[in-house]
Design a protein around this ligand. Structure first.
Ligand code: NOJ
Length: 543
C-alpha cells in the first residue's frame, strides 16, 4: 500500500495521527490578561499545521471557578470567559478543521465544581431532587467522616456540609464533588453535554480520571499502602483500593461510546492511571466497546534504560486485546516534563521513541522545544495540589508554564505578566529560534512527524524484532515489504551495535554518512537513528 492509499484507507485518523495537548491557559494570550485563550490558540494554528500534528486536545475550557484550573466544571455546555466565548470556540473549531486537523475537548465526568447548579441544588436539602446526583453519606456515630478514604491532593475525601450535616465525597478537592454515576439521571445529563459538543463538530473527548467514576458502595476502609515510606506525601498513606477501577466503569464508557458512535469518526481517549493489565479493560469488549485510546502513561514512570523500555514495549504490545490500538504518552499537564526527567541530552532520543513506537503518540505542548520544568518560587505557586501538600514535589505549575514563542518580552505569549513565569531560557529556547535552526529539537520533531506520516511502516506498521543490548534499544517496524529499524543509544558514550547493510534515514544528532559500512552501526552519545536496510535480510536486522 502506498502512503496515499494508506491515508485514504483502512486506518482511522486517530490511528494515523499525532495528538498535541494544549494547556489553554499557557498557549497564547490574545487579550493581554496574562492567560492564554481560545482566540490565541486560533492565532497559532498555522504553527501546529506546520509542525504536522493531526489533532489538538484542549485541557478544559468550560466555565469554572478554577479551583483546579478548569477540572472543576460549573457548566458543561459553555466556555469560561477567561478563554473567550462559544463563538470563539466555534471559530477555533472551524479554523482547525479548515487546516485539516481535528479538535478533542477535555470532558470531566467524575466530578463537577461545587459551584455547579447541580451541586448547589443537591446540597440545599436532604430531599432535594438532585440530592442523589452526588455521593452523600452520614457521619460515623463518632461524627467522623464515613471512612478513611483520602483525596488525591491531600486530606480526607469527605467534607461535612453544614446544611444537612451529611458528608459528600470528592476524589479530588472539596470544590470538586463526585457525581453519583449510579444515578441514571446523571448519565443522561452527561450524555446530553457530549451531544452538545459533538453536534458542533468536536472530534472527540479526552475523558478525565475515568477510573474514579465509582467507589465501593459499602465504603470499605482502604488498607495501608504497603509501599508507603516516611518522607512520602501523606496522600499516599493508604492504597486507593476501594476508590478506583470498579467494574461499573466499563458500562459508563460503553454508554459514552454509544453516544460518540452515533456520529462519524469521533474519538474517546480515557485517563486512568492504572497498571497496564488493568488499563486493557478500558478498551471494553467487542460487544461493549470502551474508549478507543485508554492512555498508556507507562513511559512516564518507566526507568530510562534500554532494557526497561524494551520490556515495557513488549509487555504493552503483548497485553493489547485483538483489534485494539496502542498509544503512548511522554508528558502532560500533571507530570514532570520529559526534558527534566531524562535530561536535555536525551530529549531528542525520547521524542524519536515517542514518535516511532507503534500506536498514537500524544505530544505535550512545548516538549517539541525541549522545555524543562520551570522552577516556581513559593509565592508563585498556583496549583492546589502543591498548596495543600507543599514540599513533596506534587506541584504541577512547573509543567504548565507559558509557551515561549519568541525572544521578545514575555516570549510572544502575552503583553502582560504571564500567569505563571516563563522558562528562564526563553530568549533562546523558543519557537522562532528553533524554527530557524535545522539542528533544533523542534525541526527534528517536525521531520519525524513528516517521516512517520509518509512511511506506512512507521505510521501504522507492526513490530518486528524488539531487543535491547546494553544501552541500545532496537525495534523494527514493518509494513508489507517495508522494514525500518529504530536504534536508540540511551548512554552518553559512543556505542557500536550489530546492524549490517543499512542506511540511516534520520538521526537525532544530525546528518551522517548515508551508507553504513561493515556490520556495526555506530551510535553517538544519546543518538537515536531510523535505519533502512540496503539489502533484504532474513529474520530481522540484528545479527
Ligand atoms: C486529572 C487531570 O489530568 C488533573 O489535572 C486534574 O487535577 C484531575 N484529573 C482532577 O480532575
Amino acid at each position: 500500500m502506498t502512503p496515499a492509499e494508506l491515508h485514504n484507507g483502512d486506518f482511522a485518523w486517530w490511528q494515523r495521527g499525532v495528538i498535541y495537548q494544549i494547556y489553554p491557559r499557557s498557549f497564547q494570550d490574545s487579550n493581554g490578561d496574562g492567560i492564554g485563550d481560545l482566540a490565541g490558540i486560533t492565532q497559532r494554528l498555522d504553527y501546529l499545521r506546520w509542525l504536522g500534528v493531526d489533532a489538538i486536545w484542549l485541557s478544559p475550557v468550560n466555565p469554572s471557578p478554577m479551583a483546579d484550573f478548569g477540572y472543576d466544571v460549573s457548566d458543561y455546555v459553555g466556555i469560561d470567559p477567561i478563554f473567550g466565548t462559544l463563538d470563539d470556540f466555534d471559530h477555533l473549531l472551524a479554523e482547525t478543521h479548515r487546516r485539516g486537523m481535528k479538535l478533542i475537548m477535555d470532558f470531566v465526568p467524575n466530578h463537577t465544581s461545587d459551584q455547579h447548579p447541580w451541586f448547589l441544588e443537591s446540597r440545599a436539602s436532604a430531599d432535594n431532587p438532585k440530592r442523589d446526583w452526588y455521593v452523600w453519606r452520614d457521619a460515623r456515630p463518632s461524627g467522623a467522616a464515613p471512612n478513611n478514604w483520602l483525596l488525591e491532593f491531600g486530606g480526607p475525601a469527605w467534607t461535612r456540609d453544614e446544611i444537612t450535616g451529611q458528608y459528600y465525597y470528592h476524589a479530588y478537592l472539596p470544590q470538586q464533588p463526585d457525581l453519583n454515576w449510579r444515578n441514571p439521571a446523571v448519565r443522561e445529563a452527561m450524555h446530553q453535554a457530549l451531544h452538545f459538543w459533538l453536534a458542533r463538530g468536536v472530534d472527540g473527548f479526552r475523558l478525565d480520571t475515568v477510573h474514579h467514576l465509582f467507589e465501593d458502595p459499602d465504603l470499605t476502609d482502604n488498607p495501608p499502602n504497603p509501599d508507603f515510606r516516611p518522607g512520602m506525601s501523606p496522600t499516599l498513606t493508604f492504597a486507593r483500593k476501594h476508590q478506583v477501577d470498579l467494574p461499573e466503569v466499563q458500562e459508563v464508557l460503553a454508554g459514552f461510546r454509544r453516544v460518540t458512535d452515533a456520529y462519524d469518526a469521533r474519538l474517546l481517549v480515557g485517563e486512568a492511571y492504572l497498571p497496564l493489565e488493568k488499563v486493557m479493560a478500558y478498551y471494553g469488549t467487542p460487544h461493549a466497546p470502551g474508549v478507543q485510546l485508554p492512555f498508556n502513561f507507562h513511559l512516564i514512570g518507566a526507568t530510562w534504560k534500554a532494557s526497561a523500555i524494551g520490556d515495557l514495549i513488549t509487555q504493552y504490545d503483548g497485553l493489547l486485546p485483538p483489534g485494539c490500538w496502542p498509544n503512548w504518552v511522554l508528558g502532560n499537564h500533571d507530570r514532570t516534563r520529559i526534558a527534566s526527567r531524562v535530561g536535555a541530552d536525551s530529549a531528542a532520543l525520547a521524542t524519536m521513541l515517542l514518535l516511532t513506537l507503534r500506536g498514537t503518540p500524544t505530544l505535550y505542548y512545548a516538549d517539541e522545544l525541549g522545555l524543562a520544568d520551570v522552577p516556581i518560587s513559593p509565592e508563585q505557586v498556583r496549583d492546589p495540589w502543591e498548596l495543600r501538600v507543599p514540599g513533596f514535589g506534587s506541584g504541577r505549575d512547573p509543567v504548565r508554564t507559558p509557551m515561549p514563542w519568541d525572544g521578545s518580552p514575555h516570549a510572544g505569549f502575552t503583553t502582560a505578566t504571564p500567569w505563571l513565569p516563563l522558562n528562564g531560557d526563553f530568549a533562546v529556547r523558543n519557537v522562532e529560534s528553533q524554527r530557524a535552526d535545522a539542528a533544533s529539537l523542534l525541526r527534528l520533531t517536525r521531520d519525524l512527524i513528516a517521516l512517520c506520516q509518509r512511511t506506512p511502516a512507521l505510521c501504522v506498521g507492526g513490530y518486528g524484532i524488539i531487543e535491547s543490548r546494553g544501552d541500545v534499544l532496537t525495534y523494527e517496524r514493518l509494513w508489507g515489504e517495508q522494514r525500518l529499524a529504530i536504534a536508540l543509544n540511551f548512554s552518553g558514550t559512543t556505542v557500536y551495535t550489530p546492524l549490517p547493510h543499512s542506511r540511516v534515514v534520520l538521526s537525532t544528532v544530525g546528518p551522517r554518512t548515508a551508507e553504513l559500512p561493515g556490520s556495526l552501526l555506530c551510535l553517538r552519545p544519546f543518538e537515536g537513528a531510523i535505519i533502512e536496510p540496503t539489502q533484504q535480510l532474513h529474520g530481522g536486522f540484528s545479527a
